[in-house]
Design a protein around this ligand. Structure first.
Ligand code: CMX
Length: 135
């Protein structure tokens, strides 16, 4: 099942500048910065109630974030939903005709299990499923 919006990802050009901007907007600091080498991104997170805002800066030219900003400019990049069983949801969504961008969950920020759905199959909004790793 889909449980909640876990975070909203926003593609930005400069983490340093946007950390200042979003600090002014929210009236509080980001609580962490995390590099996700695999995805070619450097991220920062702001906590707002049960939802987070993730700022995403590209660290390589091949990064999904570089391509996104070249094409569309800065802006909302994806919406991440927390699910209770990522394997079951991936199977269900594939059967419903959504395009999964990986056949197995990958490791994302916070060491979570994640899977993206192609925006062409979700009305132009990149969807991320995420789930806490159960130790
Ligand atoms: N939201 C909406 N549309 C998007 C998009 C996004 N985030 N990223 C790309 N698109 C659009 C492109 O503009 C393109 O549109 P047109 O065909 O109308 O021009 C279309 O999707 C398909 O693009 P593509 O050339 O097939 O593919 P790209 O090389 O642009 O890759 C995508 C798109 C979604 C497959 C790729 O970005 C991807 O695999 N994303 C998942 C991983 C990711 O985003 N990682 C970064 C975040 C990591 C994190 O949160 O830690």
């Amino acid at each position: 099942a889909f449980l909640r919006v876990e975070h909203i990802g926003i593609a930005i050009k400069s983490l340093e500048k946007s950390n200042d901007l979003f600090k002014k907007l929210f009236g509080k600091e980001h609580y962490k910065v995390e590099k996700v080498e695999r995805e070619g991104v450097s991220t920062s997170f702001f906590q707002l109630g049960e939802t987070k805002i993730e700022l995403l800066e590209a660290t390589t030219e091949e990064s999904a974030i570089s391509k996104f900003i070249d094409k569309k400019g800065e802006g909302v990049h994806h919406i991440a939903y927390e699910v209770d069983d990522i394997y079951a949801e991936m199977k269900r969504l594939e059967n419903e005709g959504f395009i999964l961008l990986s056949q197995e969950p990958k490791t994302g920020a916070d060491n979570k299990l994640i899977c993206f759905l192609h925006p062409k199959s979700t009305n132009g909004v990149l969807v991320e499923l995420c789930q806490e790793r159960k130790e």
